[in-house]
Design a binder for this molecule. Structure first.
Ligand code: SF4
Ligand code: SF4
Length: 415
């Protein structure tokens, strides 16, 4: 009997997903068509510009060469190559590596690792395309015009989101490799400040690019485009261990750990702690190495396994606890142009969206928390409200939101 019920439910969900397109109005279909065309065109530009010729061996580096000849070919500074070869960063850059006791194997490994961090420029285009699709879908297409109010309150089509997540993992991740990615966008800016990259303005521009994408829609770049974010989101979306998933990570704790880690990483990188300038803490826990199929160190393997297994139980553990861009984009949420909004005139604080939200984000928005948790624009809360009080759209201030109701809010928060 139970199996039969499950079957009916799954069939019904599938039917509803297919219904999504049929319930779009003419205006929405035109928007979908134009968005798809622009997104595919932008992504195609990226693929056309993709260069796969970066192979360490093909560059002809050898240990007869000094650091000063090899580093420019890798797009890094002599200090960065010295650090990669486990030499002091102030080692002579003009002596052949052989004289510095560097073996061919060590050089080859260092070159491969540095090349893996070299940006694939085409990927920036793909990020733009994915964010465009996410932002348009959330703002204009997720709620088909021809769906009835009753339908809207019980259903929000998730298949388009899953498709975008798969594109992110497969193409922005495994096909185009680990770099660039939002996490590195943050780390490389600080690395360039200690002389590990020659082009600090370029690195700053890359970070600004990711910040701009995060501002277009509330963290849409994390929610819809980042390959490792998408990887965790897909695992979390597998319908198993539903009870375990009801337990959310407390935002105060995760954000404190994330911020403390970021501060520690900076203190170590600048040599204020440890006295060794140029040591990058995030290198040891960079899960984006997964997309190069090169989980070189035990700590990276442990990070990827912990984040993957953890995602079966809780929402995006790496994003919430570790990622430095998660922290930066959380700050940027204050400036998002479009985001989840709750009409306080309609909201009866029934808790339906809080239950649907995989993190503390909806709770913060319902109760008007001064420091709300990250919202990854996952859309789970958007149609669960019995009062139809939740929308995703351009930021506006409801009259009732301006005049907060502190007494009621704090009462409920304390429950
Ligand atoms: S917070 Fe998550 S989604 Fe955002 S950049 Fe970091 S890993 Fe990617
Ligand atoms: S369910 Fe939570 S994380 Fe997802 S869009 Fe709603 S508030 Fe944001």
């Amino acid at each position: 009997m139970e199996q039969w019920k499950d079957h009916v439910l799954i069939t019904d969900k599938r039917m509803r997903t297919f219904q999504w397109f049929s319930l779009l109005s003419g205006r929405q279909r035109i928007i979908l068509l134009i968005t798809t065309f622009i997104a595919l065109s932008v992504a195609a530009l990226g693929f056309l510009g993709h260069d796969e010729s970066q192979q360490g061996d093909a560059l002809g580096f050898s240990t007869d060469m000094p650091i000063s000849r090899i580093a420019p070919g890798l797009g890094v500074t002599g200090k960065a190559l010295a650090r990669e070869l486990m030499l002091p960063i102030d080692v002579s850059k003009s002596r052949p590596l052989k004289e510095l006791k560097v073996s061919d194997k060590e050089l080859s490994h260092a070159v491969d690792h540095l090349l893996s961090h070299k940006d694939s420029p085409g990927k920036y285009y793909l990020f733009v395309a994915l964010v465009l699709v996410g932002a348009v879908y959330l703002n204009m297409l997720g709620r088909p015009d021809a769906s009835g109010v009753k339908q809207r309150k019980s259903w929000y089509p998730r298949s388009p989101y899953i498709v975008v997540l798969l594109v992110s993992v497969l193409f922005a991740g495994f096909y185009l490799g680990k770099s660039p990615n939002p996490m590195e966008g943050v780390v490389k800016v600080f690395k360039s400040m200690v002389g590990l990259y020659p082009d600090s303005m370029v690195k700053a521009a890359a970070l600004l690019f990711f910040i701009a994408l995060a501002v277009v829609g509330n963290k849409v770049v994390c929610g819809w485009a980042c390959p490792f974010g998408a990887f965790q989101e897909l695992i979390y979306s597998i319908p198993v261990l539903r009870r375990a998933k009801k337990h959310k990570l407390p935002f105060a704790l995760t954000n404190t750990i994330r911020a403390a880690l970021f501060l520690s990483a900076l203190l170590i990188l600048f040599g204020i702690v440890g006295g060794r300038t140029g040591l990058v803490l995030y290198h040891f826990i960079n899960p984006f190495d997964l997309f190069d199929l090169d989980l070189g160190t035990t700590s990276i393997r442990a990070t990827v396994v912990a984040a993957s297994v953890g995602s079966f139980f809780t929402y995006r553990p790496f994003c919430q606890i570790i990622c430095p861009f998660g922290l930066v984009s959380w700050v940027c949420e204050r400036f998002s142009i479009t985001r989840v909004q709750i009409d306080k005139d309609r909201c009866v604080q029934c808790g339906a969206c809080i239950k649907a939200c995989p993190s503390d984000a909806a709770k913060g928005r319902v109760y008007g928390a001064s420091i709300p948790a990250d919202c990854f624009s996952c859309a789970r809360c958007l149609n669960v409200c019995p009062e139809d009080a939740i929308t995703y759209g351009p930021v506006r201030v409801h009259p009732a939101n301006r005049a907060q109701k502190p007494a009621r809010s704090s009462q409920k928060e304390g429950k």
